[in-house]
Design a protein around this ligand. Structure first.
Ligand SMILES: Cc1cc2nc3c(=O)[nH]c(=O)nc-3n(C[C@H](O)[C@H](O)[C@H](O)COP(=O)(O)O)c2cc1C
Length: 256
């Protein structure tokens, strides 16, 4: 999440859960190629497992950045097809790419050829003008044919004309059933559900229908939730960690 899942937050999150997969903020291919690459990719090994999220659509640039992800030690490289901001739309980045499944497939194929890391896609269930079930299936099938096995699905459409990015995280209704239906239709794919999920009870319910759950805002606003993730979902013994321990564990990071 832009400006939220910085290295500082991820380091804290990792003190609380050893197993939850963490994601960087979105970094655009342009920023990585023409900007200060080191600065954009800097992270602590203590943050692993960690996925780098890319924003972009040029296959050559995506391939180059997927290679960088591997060189810098990330565990996964993820393509953003969900961000609705105007700024990125103008550069063919984010949710507008839901309208260009062939382009996404081409980018994903190039990334897969360039790296041995898992290449995953985070997307919406649609965008205004392309919000039918068939549109969504066409997107999934084309991107899966390019080799993507894991789809992280924010269970609402993005409305590119008229809503702000913040409104696009709350206003379009959540349709969890659509994500469940994707898993039923494509059982061979890993389908991770995202959007509006706050409690472990909700997570358990979603896990009856999907392969995984991604929490965004709740993990950030209520990070102590992460302290029970390993024992609840990964079979680890109950952690004796206290909030005080977690704070103490941040000292070396803060000092450095
Ligand atoms: C401040 C903020 C920044 C975000 N930045 C990104 C981003 O860089 N990439 C992305 O895929 N999603 C981004 N999102 C969307 C979240 O990843 C997530 O899909 C959305 O908030 C819905 O899930 P939630 O209800 O669990 O938060 C952002 C959300 C927020 C609140």
């Amino acid at each position: 999440m832009m400006d939220w899942t910085t290295s500082h937050f991820r380091y804290l999150a990792r003190q609380l859960s050893r197993h939850a997969l963490l994601y960087t903020e979105m970094v655009t291919t342009g920023a990585l190629i023409h900007g200060d690459t080191e600065r954009f990719l800097r992270h602590e090994p203590a943050e692993y497992p960690l996925a780098l999220q890319l924003g972009g659509s040029d296959a050559g640039e995506l391939a180059h950045c997927a290679k960088l992800a591997e060189q810098f030690g990330f565990d996964e490289v993820n393509l953003n097809v969900g961000c609705p901001s105007d700024r990125v739309q103008n550069n063919m980045i984010g949710a507008c790419l839901m309208g260009h499944p062939d382009k996404v497939a081409e980018g994903v194929r190039a990334m897969i050829e360039a790296t041995s890391l898992p290449v995953t896609v985070k997307h919406r269930i649609g965008i205004d003008g392309r919000e039918s079930w068939d549109d969504l299936c066409e997107f999934i099938e084309k991107v899966a044919a390019a080799g993507c096995r894991t789809f992280i699905v924010h269970a609402r459409i993005a409305i590119l004309e008229g809503l702000s990015p913040k409104e696009n995280r709350d206003v379009p209704p959540l349709k969890y059933n659509w994500v469940y239906a994707l898993k039923q239709k494509y059982p061979e794919l890993e389908i991770i559900i995202n959007g509006g999920i706050k409690t472990f009870d909700e997570c358990h319910e979603h896990l009856r229908h999907t392969d995984g759950v991604m929490l965004g805002r709740e993990a950030y606003n209520n990070p102590w939730l992460l302290a029970s993730v390993d024992s609840t979902f990964f079979g680890s013994p109950e952690s004796p960690l206290t909030r005080h321990d977690a704070l103490r564990a941040m000292y070396p990071f803060i000092q450095s």
